[in-house]
Structure formats: structure tokens, C-alpha cells
Design a binder for this molecule. Structure first.
Ligand SMILES: [Cu+2]
Length: 574
């Protein structure tokens, strides 16, 4: 639902863009076009799996509206909250140069938009090109509040691959028969695992393999011989996804708003938070073929072990089979299949789309990533051993404050957070082996990592075998980062760096940290602001697998954070 582009408002906003330029905004931003969208958040009835429920969505649709821009454009989205509780919206993968104010994570960069009010958020596109997405960033409301962002190349430039015949958006989502907000509230109250979803969905439709879903199965109509660009968004809450199309090869050409060296494959593994651009040519016998998404879950925790389907349906006259052909996706616990795909990701690294990999690191952080427990007296909680489930980074389980950290940082309000997030874990032990019981209990706190402007940052994520080990899709706001390498077991300071890809590492905003393994990422801290970093499995984020990176202002005017907009949603306790 594209609105108002080219009208009077756009002209006014273009003028505002010019004014921002005066304050040192990116040149490309002001030179791009300006678009306006209205997002109306409202309870709307949906029926899936024979169950009707009301859920909070944008513009009465699930998934919600698509934002379409060209590289370097600016978008103003006015979010009108006509629901009954406060919500925030985040623009996942949009770097928002120098401007964390509209980024969205609740009580990190803003307080919730109160019911009955509106908040206009500015999206500044800089070097992103490809597919990203937006989603609510309050509790679990993102299950129903999400949609895609498409960033076309600048006008006059083109894709680094042949222009596809057509493009199609495939948003992977998760349907719960129950009220999602109630599910997480209950889980946090009892300390146990939250209920798993009842179905996965492609563009809001679960597909043939679920009850009451046949008639509404999503169909992608294709013409023989044509090539389609699939823009795939994983908006699923708690499971990574294996995805494929029966008998068709996929060519992955982009991810998280940046180009990749083409990967030819018959399946992809896409984590919550990731987006992938995939070319597929309709070159098989005209028929019906399943497009399928099924979970990758290498854990002992409960998960939704069902598959969503859509139909890749050829046009023309033929007799389709009674059941579409099915792809053979890896088994749900096939860790090798997941890892083998992920290690193939490489930046395009062309002349038009070069890489700039930091080589001399000035800020190194070694970070353990764990699922933990909080002790409950008399085994009174519903987690393992009567304890409460928790999660941590460097053994600190993040406690979300009641005033946003950005405001506290900007206004120097004390007591909201402290800048003491450590660069190493409190204990070194055999992280991926027999960890014993000594690190099961994390400490609790609202700690941010303070980073000097311009630092060349390296973060080594070390997955641990504490609690329930599994793959964690680690996501950073405000940046894309290079994935230098990954491996199984404990990171070895001598041998592991020798395996780094210094030539064409992929540039992403979310990366799956292998179960009981490590992943190293790098970026230059050139975007001042307050940026959330967390696991994109929603239950882990809810349990505290989060922290905040505060990139401090640099000396020049152009490397300082922008001033807040005239209106921000109020914080009750500020
Ligand atoms: Cu996780």
C-alpha cells in the first residue's frame, strides 16, 4: 500500500530532507525520493485452521503492507495505534544512519506508542539494496505485525544479475490458535516453555498440509521458461526454516539487503530475522510443485514440527497430479545441512558492490550465548528442575528497563542502565562440553557495551552447552556486519582466526550461531546511537538473550547522533 509518493506532502518532506542535510545527513539520503505510509494498527479477525481469532495487524492484513523504495530513499511511516495496548515498530536491517530514535525496540530506543496515539517514524535508507522487513518490537506482537521492505537499485542502475521476469514476495510466518501475547505472558509467569505455534504460513496461508487450509493455499503462478525473483522474509517467531521448491533449483543472490555470490542449491536455511533473494527458473514440466518451509530445530526444547506449503503452479493446459510434487527438505534436526548452507554465504564483492572488511580490530568482544535457569524455591516454577527458564549473553540476563535506554543515554538519566557490559564472560570453561551446573544461573542486569565511534569491532559469539544448546540467530540493529567465520566447538584464539574469510565475507544483520559452536562478526562502529543486539528466536529474547551496544558520538558534527524528533511516545516513568 504505497501512499502519497510525489504529492504535496512528499514535496514538503523533500524540503525537510534538505533541511536535515544542513545538519549533516547522508547526501544520498536527501537526494533520494521521499515516501509516506500510514500504518493503522487494529484488531482484525482472521480464520486459520478452523479457528477464528482477533489479532493486532497493520492495515487489516497479515502479513502487513509492503514498503517499496529505491536505494537511498527516505520514508516517513505514521503508525496509528488503534489497538488496546502500547506497541512499537522496528525497521529490521535499515541502518538509520545517526538516527536511532525511530529504530523501534521497546524500552531500548523508545517507549511504546500508547493505544489511541500516533508516532511518525523516519526510515533513512543508505546502502541497503534488496529485501528487508519491518515488525513490531514489543513482547510477541511481531507474530502478527510484520511485513516486507523492498529496496530496488537506484534509478539508472540495475541488479547484478539478469532482470527477472517477475518478482514475488514470500513471507514466512507463524500462526497460533491462541492469543500470542497471552502465550508469552503465561510462559514468563510460570517460567516454563511458551506454547509452540499451530502452523507456519507462507504469505499468511498455512497450506494444504494443515486442517481447513486447502482452499486458501497460496499459489504462485508461473510461466514456463521464465525466471522469478523470490524475496523471502523469515518472520517466524521461534524456529529456523528449511525452504525449497520441489524439483527446482534455487539461486540465492542476496541476503539482508546486500548481494551475495550466487549460490545454487535445492534448499536454503533461513533464520528468523533473515531475508533472502532467490532466483528460480520455471524449467520443469508444467505441473504443480510444492513450495515448502519446515523447521530446523536442533534442540531438546519443544518446537512446531509441521510444514507450510504454497504451490508453484505452471500456467497452461495440463493435468496436474492429485497432490503437488514435494521437495525433500533436510530433517528438522539436520545441523549439518543447516551449517553446510550457511557457510556458503559470500558477499558479491564486485566493483559496483565492494566489500570493506575491517582488518585491524580495535574493540574485541568475546560473548557467550546461553540458555539458563533462574532458581525457584521449592521447585515452584515450570522450567527444568522446577526453575525458571532464562537466557544470557556473557552470563548476564538482560532486564528491560521501564524508560528507554536511548533517552536515558541522551538525557543522562541515571539508574536506567549501566555501561558495564563486559568484553569477556565471567568464567572460562569448556563451553561446548560438559559444562556442569556452575554456570546455569546468570546474573540479571541492564548493561550496555560502550563503544568508541570509529572502532573496528569484532564480536566472537560462543554458543554454550549450558541449559538447552541450539542454533541462535544473532541480530544487531543499526548495522550490517561481516561474518568472518564459524565453526563447531570452542573458539580457539590461535587456530580459529586462520579460517576467517577476509576476502568476501557475507554482509548481514542476522546470523545463525551454530549449536555448541562459534561465529565471528566484524563491523566499523560508524553509526552512533543505541543499538539493540539479541537472539531473534523470540523466546530467547524474552528470557534475556539481549544486550545493547552504545556507539558514542565521534568528534565531527557528521558523526554525532541526531537530535530526537519533535515527538517521541512518552515514557510513563521518565
Ligand atoms: Cu537464541
Amino acid at each position: 500500500m504505497r501512499m502519497g509518493s510525489g504529492n504535496k506532502m512528499a514535496l514538503i518532506a523533500a524540503f525537510l530532507g534538505f533541511v536535515f542535510l544542513e545538519y549533516g545527513s547522508l547526501l544520498c539520503m536527501a537526494l533520494g525520493n521521499v515516501h509516506h505510509y500510514d500504518f493503522v494498527l487494529k484488531e482484525t479477525n482472521f480464520t486459520r485452521l478452523c479457528t477464528t481469532k482477533s489479532m493486532l495487524v497493520v492495515n487489516e492484513s497479515w502479513p502487513g503492507p509492503v514498503i517499496r523504495v529505491h536505494r537511498g530513499d527516505t520514508v516517513f511511516v505514521t503508525v496509528h495505534n488503534k489497538g488496546t495496548y502500547g506497541v512499537t515498530v522496528h525497521w529490521h536491517g535499515v541502518k538509520q544512519p545517526r538516527n536511532p530514535w525511530p529504530d523501534g525496540p521497546e524500552n531500548i530506543t523508545q517507549c511504546p506508542i500508547p493505544a489511541g496515539t500516533s508516532f511518525t517514524q523516519e526510515l533513512s535508507f543508505s546502502d541497503e539494496e534488496g529485501t528487508l522487513w519491518w515488525h513490531a518490537h514489543s513482547d510477541w506482537s511481531r507474530a502478527t505485525i510484520h511485513g516486507a521492505i523492498i529496496i530496488y537499485p537506484k534509478i539508472g542502475t540495475t541488479y547484478p544479475y539478469p532482470w527477472p521476469y517477475k518478482e514475488e514476495l514470500l513471507v514466512l510466518g507463524e500462526w497460533y490458535n491462541g492469543d500470542v501475547m497471552a502465550i508469552i505472558d503465561e510462559a514468563l509467569e510460570t517460567g516454563g516453555d511458551p506454547n509452540v505455534s499451530d502452523a507456519f504460513a507462507i504469505n499468511g496461508q498455512p497450506g494444504d498440509l494443515y486442517d481447513c487450509s486447502n482452499a486458501s493455499t497460496y499459489r504462485l503462478l508461473v510461466n514456463y521458461g521464465k525466471t522469478y525473483l523470490l524475496r523471502i522474509v523469515n518472520a517466524v517467531m521461534n524456529e529456523e526454516i528449511f525452504f525449497g521448491i520441489a524439483k527446482h533449483n534455487l539461486t540465492v543472490v542476496g541476503m539482508d539487503g546486500a548481494y551475495l555470490k550466487p549460490i545454487n542449491t535445492d534448499y536454503i536455511m533461513i533464520t528468523p530475522g533473515q531475508t533472502m533473494d532467490v532466483l528460480v527458473t520455471a524449467n520443469q514440466s508444467p505441473s504443480h510443485y510444492y513450495i515448502m518451509g519446515s523447521p530446523f530445530a536442533d534442540t531438546t526444547a519443544p518446537f512446531d514440527n509441521t510444514s507450510t506449503t504454497a504451490i508453484f503452479q505452471y500456467s497452461g493446459n495440463y493435468t496436474p497430479p492429485s497432490t503437488p510434487y514435494s521437495p525433500s527438505l533436510p530433517a528438522y534436526d539436520d545441523k549439518d545441512a543447516a551449517g553446510n548452507f550457511t557457510v556458503r554465504l559470500k558477499s558479491l564483492a564486485s566493483k559496483q558492490h565492494p566489500v570493506s572488511v575491517p582488518l585491524r580490530i580495535t574493540e574485541r568482544i568475546f560473548m557467550t550465548v546461553s540458555v539458563n535457569q533462574i532458581y525457584c524455591a521449592n521447585e515452584s516454577c515450570a522450567g527444568p528442575d522446577g526453575n525458571r527458564l532464562s537466557a544470557s549473553l556473557n552470563n548476564i540476563s538482560f532486564v528491560t528497563p521501564t524508560i528507554d535506554i536511548l533517552l536515558a543515554y541522551y538525557r543522562k538519566i541515571r539508574g536506567v542502565y549501566n555501561g558495564t557490559f563486559p568484553s569477556i564472560p565471567p568464567y572460562f570453561f569448556n563451553f561446548t562440553g560438559d559444562v556442569g551446573n556452575n554456570t546455569i544461573y546468570p546474573s540479571l542486569g541492564t548493561k550496555a557495551k560502550m563503544i568508541k565511534y570509529g572502532s573496528a569491532v569484532e564480536i566472537i559469539f560462543q554458543g554454550t552447552n549450558v541449559g538447552a544448546a541450539e542454533n541462535h540467530p544473532m541480530h544487531l540493529h543499526g548495522y550490517s556486519f561481516y561474518v568472518m567465520g564459524m565453526g563447531n566447538g570452542n573458539f580457539d584464539h590461535k587456530t580459529s582466526p586462520k579460517t576467517y574469510n577476509l576476502v568476501d565475507p557475507p554482509l548481514v544483520n542476522t546470523i545463525g550461531l551454530p549449536k555448541n559452536g562459534w561465529t565471528t562478526i566484524r563491523f566499523v562502529a560508524d553509526n552512533p546511537g543505541v543499538w539493540f543486539m539479541h537472539c531473534h528466536l523470540e523466546r530467547h529474547a524474552s528470557w534475556g538473550m539481549d544486550t545493547v551496544l552504545i556507539i558514542m558520538d565521534g568528534p565531527a558534527k557528521t558523526n554525532k547522533m541526531r537530535e530526537p524528533p519533535a515527538y517521541m511516545p512518552p515514557c510513563a516513568k521518565a
